[in-house]
Design a protein around this ligand. Structure first.
Ligand code: NAD
Ligand code: IPM
Ligand code: MN
Length: 364
């Protein structure tokens, strides 16, 4: 299997966690005789500093010429006073738009090994397994008009969707639900927003194509409570861009840490893979970052771009195994610390790699 992967590690902990994800992919490639090639390009704050723009054309060209793009994170406090379209985050929105993927899959499942350290009780989270499908190219992030009129002291963004944009992401969500537990929850704010009424009506219409999937609607405010109170009741959850951004960070609490969450964006020209977390300036450069979200993002590259499902599962099993053995990064340690070994980013990466190697060898 041949795969050209563009690595855009970005800022803060982005490079730290991405290094570990790439190392895992190299391990899988060498064990299975696969040819994975890696090219690195700049995005975000590092690109602003070196190229004068958060997304150089060179990075866009390389992304479009690759089979998969693996992204770390962008953003840094030194850029906080810049206008939205000049910031590192603008580079991320631009690469998403250029690649065209509109369905951002964000799986969040509970690890029973982490239950002891969760602020939620084990009987609440045990067995929870939610697949969020976040619409990624519409809504408030991209809607026009938008403006910040400093002189007038007024600013606005537009939450805008077309029927077609909702249909295409809803179809992907229904198809994924068909392969899972056949339940889809669509999240909106249809009691207040016109755009959410269009969303709800469209999802309801698309549901007719999928009679084997049961559909329910939830308002986003109530949903933010339900996912913590009864996370096991949800299977696939589809929602608009900003609601999905917020709900998926929240679902880090179900999994154990924001640093555990991976994502894959499909439906466009080239799939984009990024952990859900950001550049974490508060811990960057200290070896404290949890690389497991980035490593599970690498598993999604194997699943969705390389067609290596068994190897993807092996990487996920290795993560589970390492947690089972009591290895933790600091973000995963809360409450009872007995029997746990706290590791740095690179040590955790090495543990997972070692375990992947063992699992792959024993499966041959
Ligand atoms: P963040 O996700 O970077 O961090 C939130 C909190 O979670 C912090 O306390 C951080 O230390 C912790 N955390 C996050 N990832 C972790 C990991 N892997 N291991 C251990 N702890 C982890 O969000 P923020 O602090 O609100 O934003 C920081 C910057 O990141 C901002 O510039 C923001 O715009 C950007 N951001 C980028 C992305 C992305 O590139 N995909 C995503 C979210 C935020
Ligand atoms: C994410 C991030 C991004 C988003 C930002 C940095 C543009 O929060 O990937 O979740 O809001 O989509
Ligand atoms: Mn986010």
């Amino acid at each position: 299997m041949k795969l050209k992967i563009l690595v855009v590690a970005g800022d803060g902990i982005g490079p730290e966690v991405t290094n570990e994800a790439v190392a895992v992919l190299k391990e899988v490639a060498s064990a299975g005789g696969h040819e994975f090639s890696f090219t690195e390009k700049r995005i975000g704050g590092v690109a602003i500093v070196q190229d004068g723009t958060p997304l150089p054309q060179e990075t866009i060209d390389a992304a479009l010429a690759s089979d998969a793009v693996l992204l770390g994170a962008v953003g840094g406090n030194e850029f906080n006073s810049l206008a939205p379209d000049k910031r590192p985050e603008a580079g991320l929105l631009k690469i998403r738009a250029a690649l065209g993927g509109f369905a951002n899959l964000r799986p969040a499942f509970a690890f029973k090994e982490l239950a002891i350290n969760s602020p939620l009780r084990p009987e609440i989270t045990d067995g929870a397994d939610i697949l969020f499908v976040r619409e990624l190219l519409g809504g408030l992030y991209f809607g026009q008009p938008r403006e910040w009129n400093r002189a007038k002291g007024e600013a606005f963004n537009t939450m805008r969707y077309t029927t077609g944009e909702v249909e295409r992401v809803a179809r992907i969500a229904f198809q994924l639900a068909q392969k899972r537990h056949k339940k889809l929850t669509s999240v909106d704010k249809a009691n207040v927003l016109d755009v959410s009424q269009l969303w709800r009506a469209t999802v309801t219409e698309v549901a007719k194509e999928f009679p084997d999937v049961s559909l329910e609607h939830q308002y986003v405010d109530a949903m933010s409570m339900h996912i913590l109170n009864r996370p096991r009741d949800f299977d696939v959850v589809v929602t608009e861009n900003l609601f999905g951004d917020i709900l998926t960070d929240e679902s880090g609490v179900i999994t154990g840490s924001l640093g555990m969450l991976p994502s894959a964006t499909i439906g466009g020209k080239v799939n984009l893979y990024e952990p859900v977390h950001g550049s974490a300036p508060d811990i960057a450069g200290k070896g404290l970052a949890n690389p497991l979200g980035a490593i599970m993002t690498a598993a999604l590259v194997l699943r969705h771009s390389a067609g290596l499902e068994a190897e993807a599962k092996t990487v996920e099993s290795a993560v589970r195994k390492v947690l089972e053995l009591g290895f933790r990064t600091p973000d995963l340690v809360r409450g009872d610390k007995s029997g746990l070994t706290v590791l740095s980013t690179t040590q955790m990466g090495a543990k997972v790699r070692e375990t992947v190697k063992q699992l792959l060898a024993s499966s041959r």
